[in-house]
Design a protein around this ligand. Structure first.
Ligand code: FAD
Length: 302
């Protein structure tokens, strides 16, 4: 009740109020803020993946600008010596305007990353993008086998089939590399699990398939139950550390994050930054009103 009322009010929240919530989850406005936060995380034993904020653009000029910004970011990250890589959202490069041009833009970024022996993760957006993002991944994986990975969402009923559909690209030299998350967008029950238990069951099944088949799995969750389950599966399938890492969002559950680092497992933190932080934060809140709980907490726990 309180959540749904708050969710309706989100579009009217003043920027300052949204910032109170957002500042825990966003590393800052410019590249230097992101690099400083990344250095800090490296010092705490975590790798990073940087996300320059912005999505769902309306012109291909914006797509070009975003591509250049990402290429500059790749250069800056490489020059900084930070242990990290980049995550990209294809809609920022025109996925919903001109699919082929979007592919060329993302390809240019992956090519730059490959030149630095780095890696680009293609984030997964809402269900209108899923098939197109898988296709972009497929084409890039063929051309840059060890330098590109994809996100898969456990809440989507199609995910097990999507994984098996990509197995022809899986080789011991360049294993498939997936980040598995629950999924953040609000999708209809026809295509997505809606209940916590169903989503967690699907998460574990997908993860088990990845471990069994020696796919590189990034376990992206703050759910302590899933983290423990992942450790059980790692033990059961004797998964080498080279084929697994945990991932968490900047500012979320830092204590749980540290316990995983202390157990000696690779941890990567997703670090969003950029001047588009306001749009990003309000969109996330509208998509997932449960996040409003976190605003309320942020308001009282500063
Ligand atoms: P939940 O059950 O939602 O949360 C478990 C517990 O974690 C909660 O009880 C709470 O204590 C804590 N928690 C979770 N979120 C927060 C928060 N924001 N603030 C404070 N505490 C919190 N989704 C996509 O759809 N596409 C992507 O490409 C994508 N990339 C991601 C990358 C990373 C590295 C991570 C960690 C998540 C990503 N997500 C992505 C989001 C993901 O789908 C989930 O929405 C999000 O991680 C919350 O799910 P959870 O697994 O943490 O479990």
């Amino acid at each position: 009740m309180l959540n749904s009322l708050m969710a309706k009010l989100i579009p009217f929240f003043p920027e300052k109020l949204v910032w109170i919530f957002s500042k825990r989850y966003i590393a800052g406005i410019d590249v230097n803020d992101a690099l400083a936060a990344s250095r800090d995380l490296n010092n705490q034993g975590a790798m990073v993946t940087l996300d320059l904020l912005g999505e769902f653009i309306s012109t291909m000029d914006e797509a070009k600008k975003n591509t250049q910004d990402y290429l500059d970011l790749m250069d800056a990250l490489h020059g900084s010596g930070i242990n990290g890589n980049l995550s990209v959202k294809p809609t920022m490069f025109g996925l919903l305007l001109d699919k082929e041009a979007c592919f060329s833009h993302v390809r240019e970024i992956v090519q730059r990353a490959a030149g630095y022996n780095s890696f680009i993760r293609i984030d997964m957006e809402d269900a209108s993008c899923t098939s197109m993002e898988i296709e972009i991944f497929r084409r890039l994986k063929v051309e840059f086998p060890g330098h590109v990975g994809l996100v898969l969402q456990a809440y989507l009923k199609r995910t097990p089939e999507d994984i098996t559909g990509l197995m022809d690209l899986h080789t011991p030299e360049a294993p498939l590399n997936f980040r598995l998350c629950k999924g953040i967008y609000v999708e209809p029950a026809t295509i997505a699990f809606k209940q916590y238990d169903q989503i967690n069951r699907a998460y574990v099944e997908n993860l088990e398939f990845m471990f069994k088949n020696k796919i590189h799995a990034a376990v992206a969750t703050h759910d302590a139950l899933l983290v423990e389950k992942a450790f059980e599966l790692i033990e059961q399938y004797k998964v080498p550390k080279a084929l697994v890492e945990f991932q968490m969002l900047f500012g979320v559950t830092p204590k749980l994050r540290q316990t995983i680092i202390d157990r000696g497992f690779p941890m990567r933190v997703y670090v969003p930054f950029g001047k588009e932080w306001f749009g990003y934060s309000t969109r996330r809140l509208k998509e997932n009103p449960a996040m409003v709980q976190h605003i309320i907490k942020a308001l009282f726990m500063r």
